[in-house]
Design a protein. Structure first.
Length: 306
């Protein structure tokens, strides 16, 4: 069985995607190999028409999104759970399969730091971390906020996050892990290029309404408000020509404005945290479904006959 997750080209690391390697090898030791006849689809917004066709597909806590369509689900699929009700509805599967993002299982693997070092920290979406690069560190320094780069190694991100009192997160798995580790968080949106569906899907599972705070450097570059899908031609053309150089220079030029916005959000916005009873209930439910998967593996349900 092969572990399937999104991998950036050129060896770029992304916290949300690479959680798969870190977490599943600890929860499911010895289960995965390079046999592509069965794939395990875990952490990520992976349920779309990009999933490779295989003999058997296992889904555990993934969400619908990206791609240009939905996957074709048939009898070769075994879905233990999906990220939320929106994913279940989109796929046309029973609502009982909607639990939460499987990354929540990190609660059983990572020991929270005993002391806090930073009052606030900001973690951008991976696309913006790549495009803005060092500009984000400058913005955070000006705002008096710690910076957490989603490209850092898993342990470094987890350590920085657990030492933070309140996380400002545009990276959704930053917010998911923060909530799982009981670190209050504030959702940030710096571009309408982001995908609100996946946030709404996950937030519904923890009984929270997704209401991001906006850090918009320029309305001409980023149209205000969610759901706007037009008037991005200018930024898209710039991205095609030289995305990192363009955005890095732009954000550095706008760093003071964005730093003021970020600092104001940190000081005035009410942090979010799901209830202890709800997050524990979801964790237990994920554990029960993981145990069922282990039993299915042991009984050779996914064994490929030559």
């Amino acid at each position: 069985m092969k572990l399937f997750y999104f991998q950036f080209p050129n060896g770029i690391s992304n916290f949300g995607d690479n959680l798969n390697l870190w977490m599943w090898k600890r929860l499911l030791p010895g289960v995965f190999d390079q046999d592509k006849t069965t794939i395990f689809v875990g952490i990520g917004t992976l349920l779309n028409n990009r999933i490779p066709k295989t003999d058997k597909t296992v889904v555990f806590g993934s969400g619908v999104g990206y791609g240009k369509g939905l996957p074709k689900i048939d009898e070769s699929w075994k879905i233990y759970c999906v990220r939320g009700q929106l994913s279940a509805k989109a796929l046309g599967v029973p609502s009982e399969l909607a639990v939460t993002d499987s990354a929540v299982l990190i609660r059983r693997l990572y020991q929270q730091a005993s002391s806090k070092v930073n009052q606030f920290a900001y973690m951008p979406h991976i696309d913006h971390a790549i495009a803005g690069d060092t500009a984000w560190k400058l913005i955070c320094e000006q705002a008096g906020i710690a910076y957490i780069d989603p490209r850092w190694p898993i342990e470094q991100v987890l350590s920085a996050m657990s030492q933070t009192e309140i996380l400002l997160a545009e990276a959704m798995h930053g917010a998911i892990i923060a909530d799982a580790l009981r670190v209050p968080w504030i959702p940030i949106l710096t571009s309408t290029r982001m995908l609100p569906f996946k946030w709404q899907d996950w937030c519904s599972s923890i009984d929270i309404e997704y209401k991001p705070q906006y850090v918009m450097p320029d309305s001409k570059l980023y149209p205000p408000g969610p759901g706007v899908r037009s008037s991005l031609r200018y930024s898209i053309n710039c991205v095609k020509q030289a995305p990192q150089r363009f955005f890095k220079a732009f954000w550095e030029g706008e760093s003071n404005k964005m730093a003021i916005q970020l600092a104001d959000i940190a000081k005035t916005s009410k942090p979010i945290l799901s209830s202890e009873s709800r997050i524990e209930q979801l964790t237990v439910e994920l554990e029960e479904r993981l145990e069922q998967f282990k039993q299915d593996v042991a009984s050779r349900c996914f064994h490929h006959s030559a």
